[in-house]
Design a protein around this ligand. Structure first.
Ligand code: COA
Length: 162
């Protein structure tokens, strides 16, 4: 049985992430979308909000689980019985960081394989921070995030302004 962990900040989840989840599901029996409580990043949404947002994107799949983790990703993967870490690769700029992470994770947990999927061409320039920035200045992020996420973004940004 192949259990894959798809980790990330998902602040917020974008259509690029969703594309990776949908395609990744074809490669495994169960996919755990794991929200990182990454201390290097200042998040707009709380961990619970990000989990709720992601769950709402996949209401019908019993093969997708949404969870959060802190600490080492490989420890989390092992604890969940996962044998694959799924990552999306966008442009060349992603490669160096992903290369380092994949090798470090492989050193720490040789039995856990990192699998990369190319992000679809229509989303290769999308990132969560770019989506947040465009929305902050009133630009449309329609088509880049699901409508429910867009609404949550607007609400949160209005709360921050007032
Ligand atoms: N579509 C759209 N955007 C995508 C994407 C896709 N398919 N794939 C990646 N991105 C974007 C994200 O939106 C994010 O954008 P942002 O930086 O503007 O927020 C960026 O790419 C990278 O983010 P993400 O994939 O969420 O990774 P991350 O850098 O936030 O976190 C972890 C990576 C969680 C996997 C890593 O930090 C980790 O493993 N942490 C646990 C601690 C650990 O084990 N450390 C040792 C690692 S060797």
């Amino acid at each position: 049985m192949i259990i894959a962990v798809y980790p990330g900040s998902f602040d917020p989840i974008t259509n690029g992430h969703i594309n990776i989840v949908e395609r990744g599901l074809d490669l495994c029996d169960k996919l755990i979308v794991a929200v990182s409580t990454n201390i290097r990043k200042t998040n707009l949404f709380t961990t619970e909000e990000r989990i709720e947002m992601i769950r709402a994107c996949f209401p019908d799949s019993d093969r997708i689980e949404v969870d959060a983790f802190d600490g080492l990703l490989v420890d989390y993967a092992r604890a969940r019985g996962a044998n694959v870490i799924l990552r999306g690769l966008r442009a060349i700029s992603d490669f160096e960081f992903e290369f380092q992470m994949a090798h470090m994770n492989s050193r720490l947990a040789p039995a856990v394989e990192t699998v990369f999927m190319m992000t679809s061409a229509e989303y290769f320039y999308v990132s969560s921070s770019l989506v947040r920035e465009v929305a902050t200045f009133g630009g449309s992020v329609s088509g880049l995030v699901p409508p429910a996420v867009e609404r949550m973004l607007r609400t949160r940004l209005e709360q921050k302004r007032s």
